[in-house]
Design a protein around this ligand. Sequence first.
Ligand SMILES: [Zn+2]
Length: 448
Amino acid sequence: MNTILITNAIILTLNSEREIINNGAIFIENGRISKISSTYELDSVNADEVIDSRGQVVLPGLINAHTHTAYYMMRGLGMDRDLLDWLKDVMWPWLMGMDGEDAYLTSLLGYVECIRSGTTSLIDNQNFPFRNNYFYDMAAQAASLTKLRVSFAPGFSDIQFASPPDMVGSLKEIEIECRRMIKTWHCKGRIKICVSPINLLFCSDDSIRMATNLMKEFGVQMHTHVAESKREYDNLKKRFGIGYIEAFSKLGALNENFQSVHSVWITDQEIELMAKSGATAINNPTSNMMLASGVAPVAKMLNKKVNVALGTDSPNNNNDMFEAMKYASLLQKVESLDPLSMSAPKALEMATINGARALQMQDQIGSLEEGKLADIIIVDCLKANTTPMHDPVSTLVYSAKADNVTNVMVQGEFLLRDGRITFLNENKLIEEVQHRADMLRMRVNQKK
Ligand SMILES: [Zn+2]
């Protein structure tokens, strides 16, 4: 039996009382939290390994509920555009130019970046050209190497709205591919598969019905971009005469396994529909700011008891969940002119327990409690940017950065140990990805 004892830590449990244990200890047996208490009370426990966490904050692993790791091959490209122009001018041409090894390596580096920002679970919404569907397997292989919990959402579209024809598949082809991905990867290790109409604007009604049937048949979740920008929303309204959430509701897709990414341009009535259905909204504040998409009504959704999780997305240029927490809070304050509209504890909940609810894994992860899986991070707060610390939650949300994270474990297994990635040579990977990005840039420029 493998046992680990973390001692002398400030523990943010995120349990139902949101208890904070000063000078706390956690005993981990075979990947699960078996005891959580004060260091004094667990003093006599024998463990294979003892981690003295003096001056450190220990909390549940963060859950990045929306990113696109492969898009990070285009990090920093095509900025200062709105969503549809960014897709048309940059994302689609570059995605068309990528090869399978690019997909593997850039996804792998994205996962490493997630780990470095204290992430233990993420939803990765990949979207490759349909003819290159084996890219999804390449990226899923990268995910399995990392041992992260990755809900993999291979995006699909069957309407050529503005995208190149290669990004689009027929309804039959898409169903075959969804079934193949579910059968190959769902619940393989820590990987799960979501069905992912990439955006209702690019998807037929029949494709949503097909995906909804797969949700029911396999118990998988649906992950989709909803009402991100005003331009998208206006276009969708032309087709349906109603908003995204109402349309999904009419198509029978809205339930507790529905993940509504962004949800910026939604009405009060749609918020009610989400609350009733148990669906999750996923807020991506830095991305929404970067693309000038707008401000999601997060405070309103939380007040109406909609589960709101947090993601980074990719236009914001990093997978830093600390930045996402801070901006989630600041953006609500600016929008409402009310400093109380989004507190630090609420932002931390979005990044932990609400993320676990989005994954329907709240009984297993998202808080530090006896019996739950040991998805745990250690954040070094004895640093210039986090000292002095009076209120650990405020310090984490408003002052800490990804660089403060020293240790990340998933189910008791270290992915980051004392600041080093445990399962690969990170510097070599960085060099490889830069080289591949240089080659890809040449290929894309030649095609112009
Ligand atoms: Zn996205």
